[in-house]
Design a protein around this ligand. Structure first.
Ligand code: GLN
Length: 289
């Protein structure tokens, strides 16, 4: 595997049957841009160029791991989200592009709605790698951002990510289901945002093993008989802890758009908006209290 083109050919040969050609192309590009100093655009534009020797030496081990279906982001130890770099490991869910859309929506709404309040407070519930909290803070430097998660290990990674991205975010270990009796019970927030677990047993059977065998189940799955478990707990907490006019943002399971909207209406939220992701699936909800 001397040149960039050789690497692509070799990766396609080994991985196409596992991932399909399109995904293999994306994985190879991700690997090459991570282990060399080259940008993705350069890698694509100069396929005849040699891959530097030190990078070339890393390729066989990476390929072996990829054959086990381990997500490329865990193999490389990092990924990109909202233009920032995040460390990831099996204690943290790998940030998804849908969640970037949620961040984008939140930022847009906040810039429009809360422009006059320079130092509003934001709470991210179930932060994982910290991707939502950190991207918000990066784009709203005057906001006070707090992020909670049940996993001490995930919080460790999230803290490192805040350092890497040079932002100040407060991280606290809190069980979402017990959030109303936690350290943050006496606080008020202008914005609460969450991408809680929402994958049901039914969805799980449709998922690729590189998700189900490697990503943290506590961040993904909900009991089949109570798919909105986390949404109910967070909505109850938010109804009490958001200031009047405060905003709640959720990433949701595409199968429960209507149910989530009804749940929020029942809890007293207004201006409830359901939004689709780039694949045209119900994926986000925004509401006011
Ligand atoms: N969107 C993720 C997936 O489909 C699930 C994220 C979550 O459960 N919050 O893998």
């Amino acid at each position: 595997m001397k040149t960039i083109k050789d690497v692509f050919l070799n990766f396609h040969q080994v991985l196409d049957e596992l991932y399909g050609a399109q995904e293999t192309e994306a994985i190879t590009l991700m690997v090459l841009s991570e282990i060399t100093d080259l940008s993705r655009a350069k890698i694509k534009a100069f396929p005849e160029d040699d891959v530097p020797t030190d990078a070339r030496e890393k390729l066989p081990a990476i390929l072996t791991e990829l054959k086990t279906c381990k997500p490329v982001q865990y193999i490389l130890g990092s990924t990109e989200f909202y233009g920032l770099s995040f460390l990831v490991n099996p204690a943290t869910l790998i940030p998804r592009p849908e969640t970037e859309e949620l961040v984008e929506w939140a930022l847009l709404s906040l810039k429009l709605n809360v422009e006059s309040q320079k130092s509003f407070s934001i709470l991210d519930i179930g932060t994982g790698s910290g991707c939502i909290a950190i991207s918000l803070k990066k784009n709203l430097p005057d906001a006070a951002v707090t992020a909670v998660d049940i996993s001490a290990e995930a919080l460790q990674t999230a803290k490192q990510n805040a350092v890497i991205n040079e932002v100040d975010v407060e991280f606290i270990e809190v069980d979402v289901l017990k959030v109303s009796k936690s350290e943050i019970e006496n606080r008020k927030f202008e914005i609460i945002i969450s991408n809680p677990p929402y994958v049901t047993l039914h969805d799980k059977t449709l998922m690729h093993t590189n998700v189900t065998d490697f990503e943290p189940h506590s961040a993904l799955f909900v009991p089949e008989d109570d798919p909105l478990l986390f949404y109910k707990a967070i909505a109850d907490f938010a109804a009490e802890k958001l200031i009047t006019g405060g905003l709640l943002f959720f990433e949701i399971n595409e199968a429960f758009g209507k149910e989530t909207v009804e749940l929020l209406a029942d809890k007293g939220f207004t201006n409830i908006e359901l939004r689709k992701d780039m694949s045209g699936r119900d994926r986000m909800v925004k509401a006011t209290i």
